[in-house]
Design a binder for this molecule. Structure first.
Ligand code: HPA
Ligand code: ZN
Length: 322
């Protein structure tokens, strides 16, 4: 079977309504929704912030180490069915420590599932702790230090949450520190913010990949820079439509960016909220944008090449497309 790498998925965004209710029951919590149908009826978002408000609210059901392990394992099982053989998952540590969950509890639960991902699901995996850009630089540094102190293996750090009005430069110190510690760096930019936000994460944070990045469209100099510097964009098509960044999938810039030579990859972002996992995203753009089999293959090979897997693993994953 052909292999994909998923490089942009928030573990908390894989929290399905069924699991929200199951965890609430297990933890003795009462949810503000009568049932799954009522919860699902809230999954209409006018913009990123409306989504984030519900996303953070639903996380309160994640309390114990096994809750984080169950969440992570459920994603890995579903991702494996989507053809994912390498998953570099985002985890919003501060969203849990900020409501009283110890960093070690959350991280060890995630790691319980990630450390078994290859044996259980045939998926190699890595953890990227995503710092929240609506919080302070001090909070980001504290979260980074807690993550390091936990001893849980980390592939890298990222930056997510509310983009517009929260300049990336504030997080320069923690990104410099992570890089000095040998970690990889990525950041969300150009989802709601304009192309200048993408320039900022490249210049100020020196990230290796840009998460989303679709708002570079129209900035020819920046697009040329992405091509020249071979900077991958981890694009999330269904997410962009559901958060109203793109009016309709047929108008999604993914195909144009790909045909301009940008290293575009396809990802699911928050699949429990946006209507689909990696396979659903690939199929949706294939249809909406009339992608050829060759272009699908390029998207998959881009995902493998843009991953932080070892050279040997990349070669093995790429060989499934030969
Ligand atoms: N953008 C920013 N932050 C996020 C997202 C997103 O799409 N999903 C989860 N956190
Ligand atoms: Zn995201």
């Amino acid at each position: 079977m052909t292999a994909w790498a998923e490089l942009h998925v928030h573990l908390e965004g894989t929290l399905e309504p069924e699991l929200i209710f199951a965890l609430a029951r297990r933890n003795g919590l009462t949810l503000p929704y009568a049932d799954i149908a009522e919860l699902r009826s809230r999954y209409e978002f006018g913009d990123l912030q409306e989504f984030l408000d519900l996303y953070y609210a639903n996380m309160t059901v994640l309390q114990h180490r096994e809750d984080f392990a169950d969440l992570t394992d459920a994603y890995l099982a579903r991702a494996a069915r989507a053809g994912v053989r390498r998953a570099e998952v985002f985890f919003d540590l501060q969203a849990h420590t900020g409501r009283g969950v110890p960093a070690a509890t959350a991280l060890e639960g995630v790691n319980d599932a990630l450390s078994r991902s290859y044996d259980r699901h045939g998926v190699s995996s890595g953890l990227i702790v995503t710092l929240l850009r609506h919080l302070s630089a001090e909070s980001a540094m504290e979260a980074y230090e807690q993550a390091r102190a936990s001893g849980v293996p980390m592939l890298g750090i990222g930056l997510c949450s509310t983009e517009v009005g929260n300049p990336a430069i504030r997080f320069k110190a923690v990104f410099d520190r992570a890089r000095a510690d040998g970690l990889h760096t990525v950041a969300h930019a150009g989802e709601e913010g304009d192309a200048s936000y993408v320039r900022d994460v490249l210049d100020a944070l020196r990230v290796e990949r840009v998460d989303h990045g679709v708002r570079v469209v129209g900035d020819l100099a920046l697009i040329q820079r992405l091509v020249d510097e071979r900077i991958p964009l981890t694009v999330c098509p269904l997410s962009n439509v559901r958060l109203k960044g793109v009016a309709d999938l047929t108008e999604h810039p993914l195909a144009d960016l790909l045909r301009s030579g940008v290293r575009v990859t396809v990802n699911s972002d928050d699949p429990a909220y946006f209507g689909g996992y990696l396979d659903d995203n690939v199929e949706a753009v294939r249809r909406a944008l009339d992608l050829t089999d060759d272009e699908i293959r390029t998207l998959a090979l881009n995902s493998i090449e843009a991953s932080f897997a070892s050279a040997g693993e990349k070669q093995q994953l790429a060989s499934t497309w030969a």
